[in-house]
Design a protein around this ligand. Structure first.
Ligand code: SAM
Length: 204
């Protein structure tokens, strides 16, 4: 007989994938929301969730196995402020996140799509910055982008520079932020002698 599916309290399945999420139905406490786009194996967002119980964290991942793994770890750690949603980041931001509802969004070590013909697959695009500006809290909203790819970093910086709704600055996540854990991919790149660049952007 087939085994029944394992229910994971931290792995969200939405009732409606065509309407903005009601976060009061998802988190037990109403508190500032941070989103980690492409959380991978989740080291960063799990550590953030444990460190900041006064904030809610939504971990986004399109690969089912990774998303469930992060949900299982959140459950083991007893993190009531962290939920995982398996979904594509663009779709999430465009259709499911209510306007002006997010305090921070993290895009850490995203796939750089280095070949020119694949640049269209990069998450950072002008339209993506338009959508980001809509979901960000107007006063507290911050977007953090970190990558080991010089070329993708320059691409992202130029997009923010050219965009009327954003101002950006360089960021040293280890020095400028009080607590900002390194991600699994970051540690891998650092161990190979690579360096990473980061920026922080705020809507205005
Ligand atoms: C290079 S890994 C980085 C993972 C993690 N942020 C880290 O730094 O360790 C990129 C992750 O983003 C996920 N991903 C890529 N594009 C995505 C998208 N459009 N929406 C959601 N997840 C995505 C991939 O499946 C992968 O787990």
């Amino acid at each position: 007989m087939p085994k029944p599916p394992v229910q994971l309290a931290h792995f969200i399945i939405l009732e409606n994938y065509f309407a903005p999420i009601d976060f009061s139905q998802i988190f037990s406490q109403e508190q500032p929301l941070e989103i980690d786009l492409g959380c991978g194996d989740g080291k960063f967002v799990l550590e953030m969730g444990a460190h900041y119980p006064e904030r809610n964290f939504l971990a986004i991942e399109r690969l089912l196995g990774r998303a469930k793994k992060v949900a299982r770890k959140a459950e083991q750690l007893g993190l009531t402020n962290l939920k995982v949603l398996r979904i594509e980041s663009n779709y999430l931001l465009e259709w499911l996140i209510p306007a002006q509802s997010v305090s921070r969004i993290h895009l850490l070590c995203p796939d750089p799509w280095p070949k020119k013909r694949h640049h269209k697959n990069r998450l950072l695009q002008t339209e993506f910055l338009d959508t980001l500006a809509q979901v960000m809290h107007p006063e507290q909203g911050e977007f953090i982008f970190k990558t080991d790819s010089d070329e993708y970093f320059a691409w992202g910086r130029d997009l923010f520079e050219a965009h009327a709704k954003w101002q950006w600055s360089l960021l040293d996540t280890q020095k400028d932020l009080v607590f900002y854990p390194q991600t699994d991919f970051e540690l891998q790149w650092l161990s190979q002698g690579l360096t990473l660049d980061a920026l922080i952007a705020k809507p205005h």
